[in-house]
Design a protein. Structure first.
Length: 283
């Protein structure tokens, strides 16, 4: 994905694995597809990769407006903390198997960059086994910021791109403006984010510092769907029935999902980090 890193961010992994499932000879490691530069060093090339399905968002699942694919995670991490171990596989046009989380699959396809996200545009998907999932612990505020293609400052979570993460700490609802259109809720690691001039006098340098600080605290919770203005709105309903609407200041903890870099829908919406939940958030 296209990034403009400013600072450095640390990561910690946890979890357990089942009996080893070996990659086939000639497989490309996910971390090499992701790389640690502005775009994948393999963009446009045909590759084959074997990994564990960490998030299932295929078109033929319960939501017809899903992402059209699934997230794949490395069987084993490499020694480079700067490169991600996750990857989105777009399989809408592929000879693809129906997959679920924990499946080990071998995928062949072309490496693409789409709206800033590194993806594998699959031609074939083949299931080859099962394996326990690893979750990576993620905490906010981040220790890094970056600017997106619109020159907006956001948290630098590049090394988590496409990976299954868990956020144990409570996050707090800050903004619901995008919930109806994009199915997104803006969360923060602080209970309330204030406008700069609510607490300080106007100052350009201090304002830039304020924007960076707010960016490190912020993450979008997404509904995991690609369409706009979807009904019913995911976080306003549960099992087809009305649910308590989330409100500004509500807390949610124990979040689990795949971290995606994208806009709200296609070319529309804020280009930033979005948590695509694999377990239902509890506000």
């Amino acid at each position: 994905m296209k990034i403009f890193p400013v600072l450095f961010l640390a990561v910690a992994c946890c979890g357990c694995e089942a009996d080893a499932v070996l990659s086939a000879p000639g497989d490309m490691p996910i971390s090499e597809i992701q790389g640690n530069a502005a775009v994948s060093p393999l963009e446009g090339q045909q590759v084959t990769v074997t990994g564990i399905v960490s998030g299932d968002f295929q078109d033929d699942d319960a939501n017809p407006d899903s992402l059209g694919g699934f997230y794949l995670q490395s069987l084993a991490a490499d020694d480079d903390p700067r490169s991600s171990e996750g990857l989105f596989v777009f399989d809408r046009n592929a000879q693809s198997a129906e997959v679920i989380a924990g499946d080990v699959v071998q995928v062949s396809g072309r490496v693409d960059e789409r709206f800033g996200e590194t993806q594998l545009n699959a031609s074939t998907v083949r299931k080859v086994g099962r394996k326990n999932l690893r979750l990576t612990e993620l905490t906010l505020p981040a220790a890094a910021v970056m600017t997106n293609s619109d020159e907006i400052v956001i948290a630098d979570l590049e090394r988590y791109e496409g990976m299954l993460v868990r956020i144990e700490q409570p996050l707090f609802v800050q903004d619901l403006a995008g919930l109806g259109r994009y199915g997104e809720i803006q969360l923060s690691s602080v209970k309330r984010q204030f406008q700069f001039t609510s607490t300080q006098t106007p100052d350009a340098s201090a304002y830039r510092e304020h924007r960076a600080r707010v960016a490190t605290q912020t993450l979008l919770l997404d509904d995991g769907r690609v369409e706009q203005n979807v009904s019913p709105v995911r976080y306003l309903s549960a099992n087809g029935l009305p649910a308590r609407a989330p409100r500004i200041g509500d807390a949610v903890e124990g979040l689990q999902g795949v971290l995606r870099y994208s806009r709200g829908s296609g070319p529309n919406g804020l280009e930033t980090w979005r948590l695509m939940p694999t377990a239902e958030p509890q506000f």
